[in-house]
Design a protein around this ligand. Structure first.
Ligand code: PMV
Length: 324
């Protein structure tokens, strides 16, 4: 039996634009998904999922499609990530018929812009391959987890979340070019509205806008320019400039239609409390915002904001995937 864990992330800059080849800078944070894997004597796959901010559920796979004892679309999506991760595990281990018992526990809320699916996929690949007696290097774990997201999200995925979750720290992703960045300890505060956005739907919405309006394509390109500016501020440890650029990034994401009332409400609450800056993180539509504030003011203001279900401070996670 092997347990591995992998972190969630916030986007400092660049979500959505990264889908069109612009750079993005996600940062791993200290919320983790943990996956335990054990080889079974038969060829079946049994998945137990607990604490995915939903009621627990168990799925048994035999021939054909999984039989899920829950209706929720998010649960179905979560099952898809586990299913594809197991396909990658079997392929990497050269054991196409291997049976596995998988247990998933996660602190990362589902579909909220904190990289829950990447964290689960990365931890599942690490735990699953080790349970079948194979050890992958981190590059291969990241690449196989990317293929999982690519398959489940109908080809609409960047390498950002999976690379960041595998490597930890702040990373830079531009197409297939992925690397770690030096980053100071950033004073992240996260606000969570208790909801979720549909990543596939939101990516499709931006794609359609880009096709219909030249200025929407320019807006996406402007996010790329902003990210390059942000990388300089990150290298200099200039937290105030990072905050200003995050505010700008949120405005550009709003312009392409991926913010929401609750995300805007939390962003403005953070700014009102004196945060250096605040923006939505991830696909948008609902879920989380991230702010930079070394004081307690933003966390306090968010916890009093009606749209905010939970506010918490997050630390940069330097470690990435690990065996527990
Ligand atoms: O909300 P998340 O954590 O699934 O992030 C989505 C980020 C996008 O840039 C919108 C899509 C992607 O795959 O990069």
């Amino acid at each position: 039996m092997v347990t591995a864990s992998a972190p969630g992330k916030v986007y400092l800059f660049g979500e959505h634009a990264v889908v069109y080849g612009e750079p993005a800078v996600p940062c791993a944070i200290d919320l983790r998904a943990r996956v335990t894997a054990e080889e079974r004597s038969d060829d079946r796959l049994v998945v137990h999922a607990r604490d995915l901010k939903l009621d627990g559920f168990t799925v048994e796979y035999g021939e054909g499609s999984p039989d899920v004892d829950a209706e929720d679309a998010l649960v179905r999506a979560a099952v898809g990530y586990v299913d594809e991760s197991v396909a990658q595990v079997r392929d990497a281990a050269g054991r196409p018929g291997a049976g596995l018992e998988i247990t998933v526990e996660s602190d990362v809320p589902l579909g909220a812009g904190l990289g829950s699916s990447a964290a689960v996929s990365v931890a599942a690949i690490e735990a699953g391959t080790r349970a079948l007696g194979t050890e992958l290097d981190r590059e291969e774990v990241a690449d196989r987890a990317y293929r999982v997201e690519h398959a489940v999200q109908d080809g609409q995925a960047s390498r950002s979340d999976t690379f960041c979750s595998t490597m930890g720290g702040a990373v830079r992703v531009e197409g297939d070019d992925t690397r770690r960045l030096d980053a100071p300890d950033l004073p992240f505060v996260v606000g969570y509205d208790g909801g979720a956005g549909d990543t596939g739907e939101l990516v499709a919405k931006v794609r359609a806008l880009r096709e219909d309006y030249g200025f929407a394509a320019d807006t996406v390109a402007a996010i790329g320019d902003l990210v390059r500016e942000g990388e300089r501020a990150l290298a200099e440890g200039d937290v105030e400039e990072l905050g200003r650029l995050m505010n700008f990034n949120h405005g550009l994401l709003s312009a392409v239609g991926v913010s929401s009332r609750s995300l805007d409400g939390m962003v403005w609450a953070a700014r009102g409390a004196g945060a250096h800056g605040a923006k939505l993180t991830g696909a948008g539509g609902g879920g989380c915002i991230v702010a930079l504030d070394p004081t307690d003011a933003t966390e306090r203001a968010l916890s009093l904001t009606p749209q905010c279900e939970r506010a918490f401070r997050a630390e940069l996670d330097a470690e990435g995937v690990r065996v527990e």
